[in-house]
Ligand binder design. Sequence first.
Ligand code: NAD
Length: 502
Amino acid sequence: MTEKLESTNPATGDVVGVHAVDDATSVAAVVARARHAAGWWAGGTFAGRKHVLDQWRGVLARRMGQLADVVHQETGKPHADAQLEIGLALEHLAWAASHAPTVLGRRRVRPGLLMANQSASVEYLPLGVVGVIGPWNYPVFTPMGSIAYALAAGNAVVFKPSELTTGVGVWLADSLSEVLPEQALLQTVVGGGETGAALCRAGVDKIAFTGSTATGKKVMAACAETLTPVVIEAGGKDPLLVDEDADVVAAADAATWGAFSNAGQTCTGVERVYVHERVHDRFVEELVRRARDVHAGTDADAQYGPMTLPTQTDVVRRHVDDALSRGARAVLGGPDVAADRFVQPTVLLDVPPESTAITEETFGPTVTVTKVRDMDEAVRLANGTGYGLGSAVFSKARGPELARRLRSGMTAVNGVITFVGIPALPFGGVGASGFGRVHGADGLREFTFAKAVARQRMKPVLTLTSFDRTAGADASFATLVTALHGRATQLARRPLDPGDRS
Ligand code: NAD
């Protein structure tokens, strides 16, 4: 008998959908159908693909309310927040479809003097079938960062949504098949970790994984068996820096939203704040004043909903308990607010650096605030975890400079998480936050392979790639190389200045 998966509303526990689970056999059948669609899709033109993706975008925009209902039911987040993530996903879909030709299309490159008889070109070809494994926290926006870019690059997609948000995944795939019923361009496979693992082993041409760092390692290990390439978009522990010249009110507003929106279940949510000692007290006062007005619930005024994953409440409580037992102070909230699925905001001060609230992803509505002597200390502490996903800086004079020194894939200056709404910017992490990029030109190229072609236009002056090569050609080659590169040695003798970026 086929195993069933129940999808529930985390606010009420009500069952909102029942889905048949895919095992390895059915995943293989889905991938085989995708393979057929991939051949057809890759054989088309960029304009043809854009036409289909634009039609799909229209359907998604017109039915945004319906899709937001499904997101709201399965995650518990407010309807308006669901709408926000769908709107942003559509921006990316539009960007990917319209920029694919310029980013991926064939372009000529210079062959260089030694190969002047050649004409050289490069283009980026689709990989084939891309498997997308998604999380539950932004069940539309996050997987669409891979799905939209993979489709625009000419691939078919098999999507394994989180078991908590299966209905959203099924809805997305159904909406594309309404536009294109004859081709299985985007299909959903249903289930938890076993179904995800089966997708990794199903012979797809790439896996785009978004989820926790721990699962990312398992995905990589499974994909290593078949040398299937992976993009890993994993967890974060994002810092926000507040400089002495910052707009403190704006920084506190951003920290409040960055830490507590979506119940803190945001991979690029603000989990740690480092504030210059000159503005620390003012910042804390403003942050706490604002956070007091924020609450979790199902009422119309609630800014965020329940913890979508029930066990996440325990993680939040453990991190708060650990910090307090090491001497931290809760100026708002504390362990008592993490009693059920609705977790109210917690602000922690004086948290020792070895506390789990500083070192591990909490993924809940808590934030730590640490006073620093100067911004060098802020940068050092901010870079002190293994994660490197996003970050934020509030500073009037030094924003871009401090941003550059933060070891994270993205930094918002005088804002939080703003980079996700700019489709041209690549998104992804370093270290324990993963590797590879979605969004932007890098996100399109991620789902392709570079195809290089060197075409002989005329006979070479020097024949180099033949056993008929003459001693004269060797001598001319040596003279030419010395003339071309000999000066480089003299230039390199100059003492190197590591600060010289010219
Ligand atoms: P998770 O790691 O528990 O699950 C992610 C997905 O992997 C789910 O679809 C799950 O079914 C699947 N999975 C589980 N075991 C698997 C296995 N062995 N093989 C293949 N697939 C498997 O993560 P989650 O709880 O759904 O999401 C929260 C995490 O996602 C947080 O750590 C958050 O930071 C991260 N996240 C990262 C980004 C990003 O872009 N970097 C975005 C959103 C969320």
